[in-house]
Design a protein around this ligand. Structure first.
Ligand SMILES: [Zn+2]
Length: 279
């Protein structure tokens, strides 16, 4: 358990600054005097004005609630379990900084922190997601930030970085990891949600995201592990609708009408994972 929230190595997000953020009574402040209020719930918002214009505003409350219901019902639990087991092996020290990029509701870091002491920080563009995570896991650090360009972290300080079904930033991931640090990434497998996509679109498209991911990260990282989690389980109609609302994949809006006609169906949930070591 971290006794002092916001003890992780955060960096100022003012363009061209990047100095370490230190905590005072109610705010995080850098050496140039840029200050960020700590919210009552304990998280901090590091978004800059230019970030707020992002065309991808992050997860809505509806998407967040849908995913929370699914996870509570055990849908997607295999992914969390597999990542936790790997993380246990990869984290060497007890003061290790572990960061989840695109942390969403914070369940992965929250579960990891119940297994072992970590200095954990979750970063997400969605304010509702970070508020949700900070309320449930107050001993960890939660940050609203746009991780597309610069990660709000100091260089070479992170031991383990998660990026699951999130946007990719290989150069910045390499910058913030300590030498020998690990990046654990997950992407949907080509047959993920196959039955839903078939029902909604007539014929499912398949897209191999892993090839692009490997190519992007090879200049910075060494591949040390790779696996797939795959479950096929019966889902009720309500859970299928939650999957469509909560998914990152692009089926959500186009699907709404046809999804309403779906009944209970067996659905494949499949994700591919890799672990990279910083070269
Ligand atoms: Zn600054």
């Amino acid at each position: 358990v971290i006794s002092d929230p916001l003890s992780v190595p955060l960096a100022c997000t003012v363009r061209g600054c990047g100095l370490p953020l230190r905590r005072n009574e109610r705010a995080l402040v850098c050496g140039r005097g840029h200050a960020y209020d700590i919210a009552r719930r304990g998280y901090v918002n590091l978004l800059q004005p230019q970030d707020r214009k992002s065309r991808v505003p992050g997860d809505s409350k509806a998407a967040l609630a849908a995913r929370a219901r699914l996870l509570a019902a055990g849908v997607g639990a295999a992914v969390v379990e597999a990542c936790l087991a790997r993380a246990d092996v990869l984290i060497a020290r007890h003061d290790s900084v572990v960061c989840d990029l695109g942390c969403g509701s914070g369940d992965l870091l929250g579960a990891l922190a119940t297994r072992r002491p970590i200095a954990g920080v979750g970063i997400d563009l969605s304010l509702p997601a970070i508020e949700h995570a900070a309320r449930r896991f107050p001993d960890l650090d939660w940050v609203v930030a746009n991780a597309d360009r610069h990660l709000p972290l100091l260089s070479a300080r992170v031991s383990l970085l998660f990026s699951l079904h999130a946007r990719r930033n290989p150069a910045e991931s390499a910058r913030v990891l300590e030498p020998g640090g690990f990046l654990l990434m997950g992407v949907p497998a080509p047959d993920d949600l196959l039955e839903l996509r078939t029902a909604i679109q007539g014929q499912p498209w398949t897209r191999n995201r892993m090839q692009a991911l490997l190519a992007e990260h090879t200049p910075f990282f060494t591949l040390v592990d790779r696996w797939t989690t795959r479950t096929r389980q019966p889902l009720a109609r309500e859970q299928i609708l939650d999957l469509l609302v909560g998914t990152y994949r692009g089926v959500r809006t186009a699907a709404a009408g046809r999804a309403a006609a779906l009944g209970a169906t067996d659905v494949t949930l499949a994700s591919e994972f890799v672990v990279f070591r910083r070269s």
